[in-house]
Design a protein around this ligand. Structure first.
Ligand SMILES: [Mg+2]
Length: 109
């Protein structure tokens, strides 16, 4: 298995959904998934604010990534394509220093 392949990662997440029958058990309901993603974001925040080991931060980030990929399955969109479209757009944006931190955005003045 090529662990660098997005297709392989997506297939693993799909297999997880199938294993627990998420489609027929509420696991693919988008409002529920948003709540789960918020929960994982809170866990990521706690890792950083409580100075937990990097391995725990990596695990929580993986939780969120798996949920994001599963949300793409549930909502039937191509996250890989969305990723590259967005990266392309981000690379064309300008940055600004705001309060000592860089911000990349569509600045409208
Ligand atoms: Mg977690």
């Amino acid at each position: 298995m090529n662990t660098d392949s997005y297709a392989q990662m997506l297939a693993a997440v799909q297999a997880f959904h199938v294993k627990h029958d998420f489609k027929n058990t509420g696991g693919e309901e988008l409002v529920y998934r948003v709540a789960l993603m918020s929960e994982e974001l809170g866990e990521i925040s706690a890792c950083v604010s409580k100075g937990k080991p990097t391995e725990l931060l990596a695990e929580e980030c993986a939780d969120l990534m798996i949920l994001l990929m599963g949300t793409a399955i549930a909502a039937d969109f191509d996250l890989r394509e969305a990723f590259w479209n967005k990266m392309d757009a981000l690379m064309k944006r300008k940055s600004k220093m705001i309060d000592g931190r860089i911000r990349v955005s569509e600045f409208r003045e």
